[in-house]
Design a protein around this ligand. Structure first.
Ligand code: PLP
Length: 420
């Protein structure tokens, strides 16, 4: 994995250059047919002086639409916004080839609204693939994922009318158990399922646990069951590949067909920046032929979407370079490790994957007051929590960590803690 960092000046030049290649609603060209325009100028006035030095804000104000998927052909879908759509193409190539080790030009993708949409897009593709290529009926397709999986998967299965089968995990290691895998696959087959969509977590949101993708792939291969694996890396996609050089979650691994990776979690981009990446050849299953007014047709769930969002992802990756981002993510992991060492000394049981920045502590050791004071997130708000988690994001500085650990020490001794 390597790409060089760019300076602010270089980034500015590239983005402004791309904006100049777009059709400009304020420019010379007679744009009569497009149902889009610049942002309302009462609030978003284009002559605000700071815009000259602010490529993302400038992109927002000029308001390019990135509707469609721009990696599908060499020609841009709508040449109206060709300049900035080219940046999105570069972004997809950078993430799928450098971060997820895909072959050159072997992946497609787009900037979705978030992990929810990207996960749903994957299920939509595989559902249609089984219907078209295998003549599958809806109730013959099973979606399988662990009990710790994000709720966007049951949501997506509901929208797409697919049946879900939930894999149980070991209480301490949060790993999918073989017994449960066996049991759920048998249950699915007995109830008529013949085709499988598997979701492997490149970190669950609650635990930071990572599913064993090779175990899953080998299991379905051995049983000769048709399967496709989608990786939900909404949370871990921009940290794990940087902290674990041996990651099996890459396009190098033939078990991986698609990946969802949110910018707006670890990459600190604005909301609306979920990446969907898939091997070439799969988008055709969700082509909407009726999208007649889009020259390249549409293949996405969302339709119109912000070009500025795509630019923001590209900018953050470029301004750090691969080495800079790696350093930043390793620093978060070091800080996480330091907390874990203290927890071990205090004999507070917890789960943590060494390549991630989430610590899930057993709730029996955490008082309600402590959880409230530090906004710890519980695994459940309906029943008594079993786990509370800490997510060591960039705003979690050592000072806050220290005072949390002091308060934890006090509360374990039964000493009341001061309020927020
Ligand atoms: C956050 C998250 C999602 C959903 O992402 P949104 O961007 O909120 O739609 C899906 N899966 C995992 C593992 C997540 O952490």
């Amino acid at each position: 994995m390597y790409w060089k960092k760019l300076t602010h000046e270089q980034i500015k030049e590239r983005v402004f250059g791309a904006l100049r290649k777009n059709l400009d609603y304020r420019g010379e060209k007679p744009i009569l047919g497009i149902p889009g325009t610049y942002l309302d100028t009462t609030e978003f006035y284009p002559d605000a002086p700071f815009l000259e030095d602010a490529p993302y804000m400038s992109a927002m104000v000029s308001n390019p639409n990135h509707i469609g998927v721009h990696t599908l052909s060499d020609k841009s879908v709508l040449d109206v916004f060709e300049g900035t759509q080219q940046i999105e193409k570069e972004l997809i190539a950078l993430v799928s080839q450098e971060i997820f080790k895909g072959g050159r030009g072997q992946q497609d993708g787009y900037v979705a609204t978030g992990g929810t949409e990207a996960n749903m897009q994957a299920m939509w593709i595989y559902r249609n693939y089984y219907i078209r290529e295998h003549g599958a009926k809806l109730d013959e397709i099973a979606v399988m994922y662990s009990q710790d999986t994000h709720y966007s998967l049951p949501k997506g299965a509901n929208v797409l009318q697919l049946r879900s089968f939930i894999l149980g995990v070991d209480y301490e290691s949060r790993a999918i158990t073989r017994a449960s895998l066996e049991e759920q696959v048998d249950k699915a087959i007995q109830s008529g399922c013949r085709y499988f969509i598997i979701v492997a977590n490149l970190s669950t949101t609650m635990f930071g646990s990572v599913d064993d993708i090779d175990m899953l792939g080998e299991y379905f291969t051995r049983r000769r069951l048709p399967f496709k694996i989608h990786v939900d890396a909404a949370y871990g996609g921009f940290i794990y590949p940087f902290t674990n050089p041996e990651s099996r979650y890459t396009f190098d691994n033939s078990y991986v067909t698609s990946i969802a990776a949110d910018g707006h979690k670890m990459l600190q981009t604005p909301y609306g920046t979920g990446l969907f990446l898939v091997r070439k050849g799969y988008f055709q299953y969700v082509k909407t032929d009726e999208a007649n007014y889009i020259p390249g047709k549409d293949y996405t769930l969302c339709g119109s979407r912000s070009g500025a969002n795509a630019i923001s992802l590209w900018m953050i990756l470029q301004v750090h370079g691969s080495e800079g981002w790696k350093y930043k993510m390793e620093t978060l992991c070091d800080r996480t490790e330091r907390i874990c060492n203290r927890l071990t000394r205090m004999k507070v049981p917890f789960f943590r994957n060494p390549y991630l920045n989430i610590i899930a502590m057993q709730a029996s050791h955490i008082s309600g007051d402590l959880a409230d004071k530090y906004y710890l997130v519980a695994d459940s708000y309906e029943k008594a929590p079993e786990w509370y988690k800490i997510v060591v994001m960039p705003h979690v500085k050592q000072g806050i960590v220290d005072s949390f650990l002091l308060d934890l020490e006090r509360s374990l001794k039964g000493i009341p803690i001061a309020d927020k």
